[in-house]
Design a protein around this ligand. Structure first.
Ligand SMILES: *[C@@H]1O[C@H](CO)[C@@H](O)[C@H](O)[C@H]1NC(C)=O
Ligand SMILES: *[C@@H]1O[C@H](CO)[C@@H](O)[C@H](O)[C@H]1NC(C)=O
Ligand SMILES: *[C@@H]1O[C@H](CO)[C@@H](O)[C@H](O)[C@H]1NC(C)=O
Ligand SMILES: *[C@@H]1O[C@H](CO)[C@@H](O)[C@H](O)[C@H]1NC(C)=O
Ligand SMILES: *[C@@H]1O[C@H](CO)[C@@H](O)[C@H](O)[C@H]1NC(C)=O
Ligand SMILES: *[C@@H]1O[C@H](CO)[C@@H](O)[C@H](O)[C@H]1NC(C)=O
Length: 321
């Protein structure tokens, strides 16, 4: 009897907490996206329409896209000549906010998303020992968490943090890789795939622990984790539930697969030998090229992100506050 009372009290408390976590269904009207080529709506990585455009359609959001291809979280940590979140995307957001371009964004009906990490942990960055001043995965993930704190200080209240996919499954980082437009130099593909598995798994775990600890210092915020890693793991395990093109389903190759000679100049496309899928065949592929998810994979990401924000699905999302 006592046990029964206790557990119903516990479940009542939990019910109250879970009700308060996350935005309410249909609360969010505006989607503000940050990140890299996985999220860039102009230089799209998927050869078609990027996921934020589909998410805006699916969730009926106004879209404010700030993600830029090639980006890392900060060029102070991994120096790549691309518009990073901290040195480029956030400054642009703040200047547009200051001069009235983004006047219509109300904190309560606006959500901010960040999908970053692919370039931070990748070739020419952490994987190849190019972190600045000995930077590690702890620094790149702390930087991504700092994106939430920085926007919170400016008044933002709703956040969805998208973690890294299992990058050892993209062709560039797989053990069975070939020289491609992202890397033709000498390397040990087994070591790259092992290293990438370590970086994505540990980076995602660090992010989760840091996100769990955030709500205490950011009162009134809704903070969610969108588990891209789990979603892509699911697509790899059950492609028939997600891919729908007219070619045989393909989770190892790419819509545009281009093999370069070892050591070749990656900027010279005429050196590459390409196999390119077209028409309705493209929706059979999980990957667009050696690094990016396909448009069909992005339609799935969009659908799941929109469903998470409107609280129609909790399959890939945890709200910590
Ligand atoms: C990057 O370095 C500059 C110069 O040291 C500093 O002002 C800035 O705050 C740093 N940015 C981040 C995100 O750490
Ligand atoms: C506001 O700032 C952005 C970014 O610097 C700029 O592109 C835009 O032209 C500015 N708009 C106005 C009205 O000043
Ligand atoms: C590549 O790395 C793996 C794991 O360290 C090692 O077993 C293998 O011998 C290496 N291959 C070559 C060609 O060096
Ligand atoms: C696959 O499904 C998406 C919706 O997720 C649809 O937009 C697309 O046209 C479909 N592709 C094919 C080849 O039927
Ligand atoms: C997958 O696509 C690649 C091209 O990237 C092709 O070489 C391979 O044969 C395809 N696999 C299947 C199972 O169709
Ligand atoms: C690209 O490669 C082709 C074939 O080897 C060569 O003829 C051409 O000069 C190269 N272009 C540049 C810009 O290096």
């Amino acid at each position: 009897m006592l046990t029964f009372k206790c557990s119903s009290l516990v479940s009542l408390v939990f019910a109250t907490i879970s009700l308060a976590a996350g935005p309410l269904p249909n609360q969010i009207k505006n989607l503000v996206t940050f990140g890299d080529s996985y999220t860039d709506v102009v230089n799209t990585g998927d050869g078609g329409t990027a996921w934020p455009v589909y998410a805006a359609r699916d969730g009926k959001f106004n879209l404010f896209p700030f993600a830029r291809s090639g980006a890392t979280c900060s060029n102070n940590i991994t120096n790549r000549p691309f518009p990073s979140v901290f040195e480029s995307q956030l400054p642009l957001f703040f200047s547009e906010k200051a001069n009235g371009t983004l006047r219509s964004l109300k904190a309560s009906d606006t959500i901010f998303t960040l999908w970053i990490g692919t370039n931070d942990v990748g070739a020419n960055a952490l994987l190849t020992g190019n972190g600045i001043n000995g930077a590690t995965i702890v620094d790149t993930v702390s930087c991504a968490i700092n994106w939430i704190k920085t926007l919170y200080r400016s008044g933002a209240r709703n956040f969805l943090f998208q973690n890294m996919i299992p990058l050892q499954k993209v062709i560039l980082y797989s053990a069975t890789s070939y020289p491609n437009r992202f890397w033709t130099g000498p390397r040990n593909t087994t070591e790259w795939s092992v290293g990438m598995t370590e970086l994505t798994q540990s980076g995602n775990e660090i992010a989760k622990l840091m996100l769990q600890a955030l709500p205490r210092s950011l009162p009134g915020a809704h903070i969610g984790l969108f588990d891209s890693h789990a979603l892509f793991t699911e697509m790899l395990a059950h492609p028939q539930l997600f891919l729908n093109g007219t070619a045989p389903l393909n989770i190892t190759g790419a819509v545009r697969s281009c093999v370069f000679p070892e050591g070749a100049d990656t900027s010279n496309n005429s050196l590459a030998s390409c196999t390119i899928a077209t028409g309705t065949d493209v929706d059979s592929f999980l990957w667009f090229d050696e690094l990016h998810p396909s448009e069909q994979a992005d339609r799935v990401v969009a659908r799941e992100v929109a469903a998470a924000i409107h609280r129609q699905s909790s399959k890939f999302t945890t709200w910590f506050s």
